[in-house]
Design a protein around this ligand. Structure first.
Ligand code: C2E
Ligand code: CA
Ligand code: CA
Length: 570
């Protein structure tokens, strides 16, 4: 900016020809506001840009002191310092808030210069200014944009980490303690998937607002990303104080969220760690608070955990597993095992359930109950699922060729796979490539998928069903789906969860539940599989009550391909 140059050239022009046409032209054409005052600082002239910016026509200001523009936002010391500088150096430059004729405040970039006579007495002052309100607002908006989360209006990850580091440094100087909380919303993905992103966004905004309302000045609550928030608490006086804040955060969500016409219930899981003690740097503390949050989720959600070293060990094992898992598909480390499914009345083999097996060269065999949830989280379940469906279809087509008969193959698909992937397309391709008839394939989905069901999922399931494949509900009885509800999804098959079969003989209630499921399912035209049948007595129990199919160690454990083929020829 060349304010001083322009001031100087304006002064020069005035000296040469104070009332001349050229001076007038400079004043008129300048896009900057110009004020000329006399020795006593009374306004003698202003230009059109001055009027455009301030709203004052010349006749309302001439003869008055420029202090008439004061906004009241600066104290007298500010003006004192400004005049001291002008007198000492002959000029001043800086940002100033002034007030327009209509009362509104604007921010000006202002340069003032003094013009003296030969004796050194002030003759005139010339002030040149630009309205920079908008420019400053833009740069402030940009700053907000890169430091704040636009959705919740809370600090974002970057700003949070900055502030957290500052808090650690300050606390270190004053030998104080700092707590870090990692807050994960429970089941938020379901809200997003079922009610849509715009409602999900509103829930996030409201959750952020409620958290913010509880956090004192000097502490920071931030949206760390996705459905995760972080809180830095400073000046804490021990674990009790932290726990009080944590409980308040948990309770803040108890009140249902009212979004549009929906009453949404939400909770959160909170992990906490303290400094000093739980880590020496921001990164370690973040990791440990995350592990503690994970532990709170595993403990059943809507609760909190303080970090312990065991969590660290588990988190490390988990990240090791995740690292190995990401290479497992390319490394051909997966195999399918096939567990026979038998018709109860005749004892005839009718098909098999394909179960995923992972044998890692370093870790060894890992149970699907451990790695499937991890694969879901990592987004790996889609490629794994695609491979698995293709492999299962190839195998079933082989059974045919090997003369084992038209056995059915059942594949498990996880909720995430249905929600994020295109299972129907994968199936269609696999059926096309292998020439397998669609009625030879069963897709097992979980009850929870149906419960969280939006129209998009219903349409996806309908597409799978239209291919001509069988739709089965896995682990039935462990969720909350009612049978009548299942009717809407054209489910063909129910698999009674193995926990009910395991206790049906000792626990009469479980026995009656199985009876009720069988009766209702049959009345709705569904067939039923009893899972986890381990003993002849359990099989008899199911047979007497008309259970259609059974599966379990009583017949066979899951078998790798060649062993399954031997089993099937028996
Ligand atoms: P699931 O779908 O309910 O699978 C049946 C599980 O019960 C299998 O465990 C099987 O080995 C076990 N099982 C079979 N018969 C008996 C029995 O008589 N008694 C007992 N106690 N258990 C029996 P597995 O293979 O460890 O699989 C565990 C879970 O992992 C599965 O439960 C399923 O939810 C998941 N899973 C397995 N394979 C896949 C897959 O390919 N894709 C997906 N998305 N999930 C899979
Ligand atoms: Ca299953
Ligand atoms: Ca099952």
């Amino acid at each position: 900016m060349a304010d001083h140059d322009s001031v100087r050239s304006a002064l020069k022009l005035m000296q040469e020809n104070v009332d001349g046409a050229m001076y007038r032209a400079v004043l008129d054409m300048a896009s900057e506001g110009i004020i000329v005052t006399d020795a006593e600082n009374h306004i003698v002239a202003v230009n059109p840009a001055f009027t455009a910016i301030t709203g004052y026509p010349p006749d309302e200001v001439v003869g008055r002191n420029p202090s008439m523009l004061h906004s009241g936002l600066h104290d007298s010391e500010f003006y004192q310092a400004m005049w001291d500088t002008i007198r000492a150096l002959g000029r001043w430059e800086g940002d100033i808030f002034d007030r327009r004729r209509d009362g509104s405040v604007y921010r000006a970039r202002l340069a003032i210069a003094i013009e003296r006579d030969a004796a050194g007495n002030a003759v005139r002052h010339v002030a040149i200014f630009r309205d920079v309100t908008e420019a400053r607002e833009v740069s402030e908006r940009l700053w907000r944009h890169s430091n704040y989360d636009l959705l919740t209006e809370l600090p974002n990850r970057g700003l949070f980490l900055d502030r957290f580091l500052q808090a650690l440094v300050r606390a270190g100087r004053g030998s104080q303690r700092v707590a870090l909380l990692f807050v994960g919303l429970d089941g938020f993905k379901t809200i997003n998937d079922t009610l849509g992103h715009s409602i999900g966004d509103k829930v996030l905004h409201e959750a952020g607002r409620r958290f913010q309302g509880l956090i004192g000045r000097g502490d920071t609550v931030a949206r760390f990303g996705g459905d995760e928030f972080t809180v830095a608490l400073t000046e804490i006086d021990g674990v009790d104080g932290v726990e009080t804040v944590i409980r308040a955060l948990l309770e803040a969500l108890y009140e249902p969220f009212l979004v549009e016409t929906h009453h949404i219930l939400l909770s959160c899981s909170i992990g906490a760690c303290l400094w000093p003690g739980d880590g020496d740097d921001v990164e370690t503390l973040m990791r440990n608070a995350t592990s503690a949050m994970q532990a709170a989720k595993e403990a059943g959600r809507n609760t909190f955990r303080f970090f312990t070293p065991t969590m660290d060990a588990r988190a490390k094992a988990r990240s090791r597993l995740a690292g190995e898992l990401s290479n497992s598909l390319a490394g051909h480390e997966f195999q399918l095992a096939y567990q026979p499914i038998v018709e109860v009345a005749t004892g005839r083999l009718v098909g098999a359930e394909a179960l995923l097996r992972w044998q890692n060269r370093y870790i060894g065999a890992v149970s699907p109950e451990q790695f499937v949830p991890l694969a879901e989280e990592m987004g790996l379940i889609m490629p794994i699922g695609d491979w698995l469906i293709g492999e299962a279809c190839r195998e079933a087509a082989e059974w045919d060729r090997a003369g084992l008969g038209a056995l059915k193959v059942a594949v498990n698909v996880s909720p995430r796979q249905v929600q994020q992937g295109d299972v129907a397309l994968t199936l269609e391709r696999a059926l096309g490539e292998t020439g397998l008839a669609p009625e030879r394939v069963t897709v097992e989905i979980t009850e929870s998928l149906l419960l969280s069901c939006g129209t998009e999922i219903i349409e996806k399931l309908a597409r799978i069903r239209r291919l001509g494949v069988t739709l089965a509900i896995d682990d039935f009885g462990t969720g909350y789906a009612s049978l009548a509800y299942l009717k809407h999804f054209q489910v063909d098959l129910l698999k009674i969860d193995r926990s009910f079969v395991a206790t049906c003989l000792e626990n009469p209630e479980d026995g009656r539940l199985i009876e009720a499921i069988l009766a209702l399912a049959h009345s709705l035209g569904m067939r039923v599989v009893g899972e986890g049948v381990e003993s002849p007595a359990q099989l008899e129990f199911l047979a007497e009550r008309g259970c259609d199919l059974a599966q379990g160690y009583h017949y066979s454990p899951p078998l790798l391909s060649s062993r399954f083929r031997s089993y099937a020829t028996l």
